[in-house]
Design a protein around this ligand. Structure first.
Ligand SMILES: Nc1nc2c(ncn2[C@@H]2O[C@H](COP(=O)(O)OP(=O)(O)OP(=O)(O)O)[C@@H](O)[C@H]2O)c(=O)[nH]1
Ligand SMILES: [Mg+2]
Length: 300
């Protein structure tokens, strides 16, 4: 009997903000690497993760939601997402289960029409609608583009995600294992730590502040007894935002720290002593220097 050859390749997840790209990627790889929240524009960088089974290795690229940029950070984010379209074997386009195709999705459609890469339409969040609604969405979208495949899933409830892996595998070329089978990500540890802190801030803070926040990991050292000493800074745009991040008698900052520490301990597999600082950097989202300092560098 002929042995099937091993397959491997790169797969990007793109779509409007908040459609569930990061949630889906985390579920596909079986571990939480990308941060998620109900606020749009959560992901700001390309997050690379690895899925491996007996037949194939898939390298997923989670990307920032494509939106109308309002500052240099936004431009950077959209650029990161669009850039991946040209460097992958398969594109997963995530959409909400709605038959209304808005301006945001139309913009993405135009971009997809310009590339030759196979596109799988992923209708996500099917747990939130009746089956008929999901079918209507599929019909509406399939009129607009010739998708290689269409898969309806619930990333959150992990519904039908196996089918998605099967469809992706069909489209991958023969190729080597790029990473050993235990690798889940090659994102630097310090970056994941900063992202965890940002996630907790995003989830706990009022709407106006989170978008203006950046987090850096300043110190990360392990003591001989195994304990990790970690210091991170939360950067915000205004003095009054700093006050809100700290909260009454430090209550908010404390909450962010407690939540973040739990996740970081799971990540490093040990005890963590986490210290958080809060800084103000006015208009950092429009400063090339600050963007670079906070890890939002131009890809290429
Ligand atoms: N009910 C339901 N909610 C979902 C599903 N997938 C994601 N969500 C929720 O949708 C919100 C956004 O999820 P994310 O994964 O952060 O979305 P994203 O597309 O990565 O967003 P950006 O990074 O901002 O572009 C979160 O509150 C998720 O819990 C799903 O299948 N069903
Ligand atoms: Mg995301």
């Amino acid at each position: 009997m002929m042995q099937n050859k091993f397959k491997s390749g790169f797969v990007t997840l793109i779509g409007r903000p908040n459609v569930g790209k990061s949630t889906l990627m985390n579920h596909l790889i079986g571990q939480k690497i990308a941060i998620t929240s109900h606020k749009p524009q959560t992901t700001r960088n390309r997050i690379q993760t690895v899925y491996t089974n007996k037949e194939c290795q898939i390298i997923f690229l989670d990307t920032p939601g494509i939106h109308k940029a309002k500052n240099k950070l936004g431009e950077y984010m959209v650029n990161v997402a669009e850039h991946t379209l040209k460097e992958v074997d398969v594109i997963l386009w995530l959409v909400e289960p709605s038959s209304f195709i808005g301006e945001g999705d139309r913009t993405i459609l135009e971009k997809l029409k310009k590339v030759k890469t196979p596109v799988i339409l992923v209708v996500n969040k099917i747990d939130t609608v009746e089956k008929a609604k999901a079918a209507e969405a599929i019909e509406a979208f399939s009129k607009e583009y010739h998708f290689t495949d269409i898969v309806a899933v619930s990333a959150l409830k992990d519904q039908n995600t196996d089918a998605l892996i099967t469809e992706i595998t069909k489209l991958l070329p023969e190729g080597p294992m790029y990473y050993d089978e235990d690798t889940v990500t090659d994102q630097p540890m310090r970056q994941i730590v900063a992202e965890i802190v940002r996630e907790k801030a995003l989830r706990l803070l009022r709407d106006e502040i989170p978008h203006g926040i950046a987090v850096t990991t300043d110190i990360m050292k392990q003591r001989k007894n195994g304990l990790w000493d970690i210091e991170a800074s939360i950067v915000c745009e205004r003095e009054n935002h700093k006050g809100m991040v700290i909260g009454k008698q430090g209550a908010m900052l404390k909450k962010i720290g407690i939540n973040a520490r739990k996740d970081i301990e799971l990540l490093v597999g040990g005890q963590v002593n986490l210290k958080l600082w809060v800084k103000v950097r006015k208009e950092w989202r429009d400063s090339d220097t600050y963007l670079k300092n906070y890890g939002y560098k131009d890809e290429r």
